[in-house]
Design a protein around this ligand. Structure first.
Ligand code: ATP
Ligand code: MG
Length: 805
């Protein structure tokens, strides 16, 4: 059955690999199957673009639009919808509709509207005339605004984003000529040499991973252009533009109360990526307004991970830097009669909010107290005159509003905890609702991007900026990235750590970013993964195995191959002389000379992998068995097993074989890997531990009580970690380490020593290894000082599926 599905999915242009993954996706597969049948591609292949649109339809359709799936698939088949923007518009249009008015549908979704490249060029030409002065003055710095403006041209609503960008680029070149020294963005010159090198390295990761296309299509392409967002007073925009020069300014604002996880990789890519795509800037902002949960190690880890992913914050900022300014503004808010000190308890506040059981919403008795009284009490709060819970400052918003975000949110609370940066200076701290929009405003953020659960907060965000008459950024929400088969919640991970189910927060079985990093996953693989998800408003749940595909793809192109063996068995080649030694040159990656080569010894005694020998042969086994001939990878002649030596328990301990260097031996069917015994060359390299990881939870949604009634702790896979001891690897391993030692800046990023163990999987060095003096000197002659080598399996070569149904 699932084979048929794989073929069906290939009909619309998916690769075999992708088709197989899609079959496993329980949500997507049935929808896609139905769409393909509806469009009539069950027995024939669609053209590529139709296929891509059907895929986009199935993967983004909302539950409310599902009843119209067949209709939409047919419209795509009939080429009435030709871009993903149109497909999104169509989904939106039919969502929750019982019947579809075709004329309206056609109009809303741009059916039949064809915008050719020439149309685009013409429209962009005309638009250029209206902004020419600005273009000539600001030159390439004007790109973001120019492009944004072009996209907003009504006749280009259904044009391809790529065509618009092409036309804009061409126009800029025509008007301005190529970039010259006027277009160089001057950077501050404080950096030391080492930092510059580091910056180049991170730039390289970012460049390799940048996918600007995603910022120029779909929802993201419809964002406003800096300068285009209305303000309560026009002069605020003038000030703002003066400060930013019209640049895009974004920020990634983690709360430093835990380690970042895979979901944050999406947030990081979107914030840094959007800014970069428009030549703008992105800050890393620690949203550190809750002293109780914050710890030094989180601050450090967050910055390190952002850089590791390849992004360089334009500035590292802290909400706490603005505590004074926030406090001053709170006073101003009280003076405007838009905030008051309140003494209600949490329970009382709940009661006032009303509801089916609690009756109508009501104001509390403190709401109308005189301004002077609130001012005095707020001062008292600040001076420690209240205990925690005795007083709060609330914004006086709109109790009549249907949105709970208007029901007098808390702006300040008393917290008698020392703060990581401000020590004991404050005993009152601002809330997220109060702080976030104001700090966005102070930092002149143009696009405040956040996840969809903040959609309801958007009006209250705007309310506060307007109430204080400060510059108001635009908030825009995107869907969260959730990953199945794992847990991302800080509290739950803490429990896993505390109860000893995992080593620590960076245990490679977890999906925190430090854990993924430690497992050896290259940052580019994560970025590539995030880019293919695109940016939409819907939350996505992705199988962890989906990320594995990106890891394999990236490592396949970049990781050198080494031979090695688990459970090694020694094979003595009886007809070679004692002390025989040949050096053999092997390519780091077969058929890819650009990856270089290295040499290894070939001697009279070699080790092979335990699984490559079978004492009892069978017709489906092509590797080594008594009397059988097999090739050794990279070695000129094959070997034939002549004798099996066992210990007193009957266990095979050694094999004797003949090296077939005479004439008349046929090419063997199969080649196996091997490692020579050669103390002189330090071969084999003995590995103290190889850690193999499987998924940590059996079920897709371990925290879902319906799926796992016993709770996620009951769902832990007892075999998620296995440790192989006694494995060996060839001396090409030292080349991997040498290269690392020469390029590593920090000498702590052991996970960057990555390679493929031929036919087994991709591995990296774990941070618990003890590399002795080698670590700091990177000199191969110091390999004797390496005391302990632990490897992590980053990913196996094959897809494994052990999910419980
Ligand atoms: P969590 O509750 O998982 O710890 P959070 O929202 O509290 O997440 P923050 O540190 O406050 O985490 O988040 C920093 C930024 O990252 C925010 O803009 C947030 O919206 C975004 N973010 C957090 N989790 C995800 C996710 N799963 N997918 C996409 N973006 C996310
Ligand atoms: Mg948070």
């Amino acid at each position: 059955m699932s084979d048929d599905l794989v073929i069906l999915f290939q009909n619309i242009g998916l690769t075999e690999q992708k088709a197989k993954e899609t079959v496993k996706n329980k949500n997507l597969a049935p929808t896609l199957e139905k769409a393909i049948h509806a469009a009539g591609f069950q027995d024939k292949a669609s053209d590529k673009s139709t296929g891509a649109l059907l895929y986009a339809l199935a993967s983004t359709i909302t539950p409310g639009a599902q009843p119209h799936l067949i209709y939409l698939a047919r419209v795509i088949r009939d080429s009435k919808l030709t871009t993903t923007d149109q497909v999104s518009a169509a989904i939106k249009f039919v969502n929750d509709k019982a019947e579809i008015d075709e004329a309206k549908f056609n109009e809303e979704c741009g059916v039949g509207v064809i915008v050719t490249k020439e149309d685009v060029t013409k429209a962009v030409d005309a638009y250029t005339e209206t902004v020419k002065d600005r273009l000539v003055k600001d030159r390439y710095k004007f790109f973001g605004m120019f492009f944004g403006g072009a996209k907003a041209i009504p006749s280009l609503k259904w044009a391809n984003g790529g065509d618009i960008k092409e036309a804009v680029d061409a126009k800029m070149l025509e008007v301005l000529g190529p970039k010259d020294e006027r277009d160089v963005i001057v950077k501050k010159k404080k950096e030391t040499k080492v930092e510059t090198k580091e910056a180049q390295k991170t730039e390289a990761v970012a460049d390799a991973s940048k996918a600007p296309d995603m910022f120029f299509e779909g929802e993201l392409s419809k964002l406003h252009v800096p300068g285009g967002n209305p303000q309560i007073k026009p002069e605020l925009m003038v000030e703002h533009l003066k400060a930013t020069g019209g640049k895009y300014v974004t920020r990634f604002p983690p709360e430093p109360n835990g380690f970042l996880h895979i979901g944050h990789a999406k947030a990081i890519n979107i914030n840094f990526g959007l800014a970069k795509a428009h030549n703008g800037i992105c800050n890393l902002r620690y949203d550190d307004t809750n002293p109780e949960a914050e710890e030094e190690r989180y601050f450090e880890s967050i910055l390190e991970i952002v850089k590791w992913l390849g992004f360089t914050p334009s500035q590292v900022t802290y909400s706490s830097t603005h505590f004074h300014r926030l406090y001053e503004l709170a006073i101003e808010l009280i003076k405007k009669d838009k905030a008051y000190v309140c003494h209600c308890t949490g329970e009382e506040i709940q009661k006032h909010r009303g509801g089916p059981e609690r009756g109508p919403r009501t104001a509390c008795v403190h709401r109308d107290r005189p301004i002077a009284e609130s001012l005095e009490l707020f001062e008292k709060m600040k001076n420690g005159g209240f205990n925690e819970g005795e007083a709060i400052l609330r914004m006086k918003m709109d109790l009549e509003n249907g949105n709970p975000q208007f029901w007098d949110l808390v702006a300040y609370r008393v917290l008698k905890s020392a703060h990581h940066r401000t020590g004991t200076e404050w005993v009152i701290y601002p809330t997220y609702d109060y702080t976030h929009c104001l700090v966005d405003s102070f930092e002149n953020i143009t696009h405040s991007l956040c996840t969809v659960e903040f959609t309801q907060s958007r009006p209250s965000y705007y309310w506060l900026c307007d109430a204080l008459e400060v510059y108001k950024p635009v908030q825009w929400e995107y869907g969260r990235l959730n990953v199945a088969n794992t847990i991302l919640s800080k509290r739950k991970i803490a429990e896993l750590v505390n109860k000893g189910h995992v080593f620590d927060w960076d245990d490679p079985r977890l999906y925190t970013l430090p854990a993924i990093r430690r497992r050896g996953v290259p940052p580019q693989a994560i970025n590539n993964f995030v880019h293919t998800l695109g940016v939409t408003k819907s939350d996505t749940v992705i199988e962890v195995t989906k990320l594995d595909t990106f890891i394999r793809d990236y490592l396949n192109d970049t990781a050198p191959r080494l031979m090695g063996a688990f459970n090694p068995i020694k094979v003595t080649l009886e007809n070679l002389p004692e002390g025989h030694e040949e050096m053999i040159t092997v390519q780091n990656k077969p058929k890819d000379p650009s990856m270089g080569e290295h040499s290894i010894p070939f001697t009279r005694e070699v080790w092979i992998d335990g699984s490559d020998f079978r004492e009892v042969d069978d017709k489906d086994f092509f590797r080594l068995a008594p009397g059988k001939t097999v090739g050794l990878l990279n070695v000129p002649c094959p070997i034939t097993c002549t004798k099996v030596i066992k210990d007193s328990n009957g266990k095979v301990v050694e094999l004797v074989a003949r090296y077939e260097n005479g004439t008349g031996i046929k090419r063997p069917k199969t080649y196996i890997q091997w490692v020579a015994e050669s103390p002189k060359h330090g071969s084999p390299v003995r590995l103290d531990e190889v850690r193999l990881f499987e998924r940590l939870f059996h079920h897709a949604n371990p925290q879902d009580k319906r799926e796992v009634p016993g709770g996620y702790l009951s769902d832990i896979n007892a075999d998620s970690l296995s440790i192989e001891k006694g494995a060996i690897v060839e001396i090409g391993f030292w080349d991997v380490m040498d290269r690392w030692a020469k390029t590593s800046e920090t000498k702590t990023d052991y996970e960057a020593m990555r390679f493929q163990l031929t036919r087994i999987g991709y591995f990296c060095v774990d941070k618990e290894s003890d590399l002795g003096d080698f670590r700091s000197h990177g000199d191969r002659s110091l390999k004797e000082s390496v005391k302990k080598i632990i490897l992590n399996r980053t990913v196996s070569l094959q897809v494994s599926n052990t999910l419980k149904k």
